[in-house]
Design a protein around this ligand. Sequence first.
Ligand code: PBG
Length: 344
Amino acid sequence: MAVATPQRAPYPATRLRRNRAHAWSRRLVREHALTVNDLIYPVFVLDGENRREAVASMPGVERLSIDLLVQAAAEWVALGIPALALFPVTPAGAKSLLAEEAWNPDAIAQRATRALKAAYPDLGIITDVALDPFTVHGQDGILDDNGYVLNDVSVEALVKQALSQAEAGADIVAPSDMMDGRIGAIRQALEAAGHVNVGILSYAAKYASSYYGPFRDAVGSAANLKGGSKLGYQMDPGNGAEALHEVALDLAEGADMVMVKPGMPYLDVVKAVKDQFQVPTFAYQVSGEYAMHVAAFEQGWLKRDAVILESLLAFKRAGADGILTYFAPEAARLLRAAELDSAR
Ligand code: PBG
């Protein structure tokens, strides 16, 4: 005999589980979605030819020479990834105190930009504006005799670097250095040189984070930096409101898009920035976030595919318009597979 469901009042006035009961209704009420259009892929570029190196602290990430990068990019373009962010691995011999290699028209980032734009005119190329890959001390600017990172002198160098990247064909220059006033100075210089449609993605709220460790290994600035910290220019992880001040200044100086970095530990900042300014807001799931995810995947402690997509969806929920992530191609493949799945 069937057991009758016990009748018992009062019933819940609202049953949130009703909408969760079916796949179709979950899809219907879902508020946020991740698509390939949200992904920017950061890549590490080597000098020379036919060179490929693993990054020990970022399993699955490789540094590639320009020829191999151009080859590999065919798949990323086919997947529909809108843009790449380029990070050159500068040979030790090309580093100096004044970082002159940063605006050498034949430096790695400039050559990579030309090669990628020639092969894939519709692929967005974002170049990093900061001096740390080019300084012998690994700091993002030029030092005085006491080791202080000089602001205005560094901004002059950053302007030269941004101009040389625009000259090479960069679509967007992305200052990640955190000097004061650099967005306005770069915007003015780009306008004066006729690069009116070269955009600026400002690393507006960039924190002095310990999550950047694997990146510094990847570009080879960790050893140069030794014990040095970037707390004199990058933001204090204890600050939230200051991020809004930074973003307001960068927008007033002419930034087209702003970024918060790192990503997952700073999603409160992403949300605050998007809520307050309603401008294109990006977040960077940085090297340390990638490394800790992959470490857990390799231990079998987290499910790789599901966690990658969940980690990126969280950025969308926080209000990010796009995400810089080392998982970009893998996430794009997963999204494509899911699309084919739901079409069946
Ligand atoms: C350098 C720069 C850094 C990153 C992007 N650009 C490192 C730093 O500020 O020391 C970090 C990216 C990552 O960790 O994935 N200006």
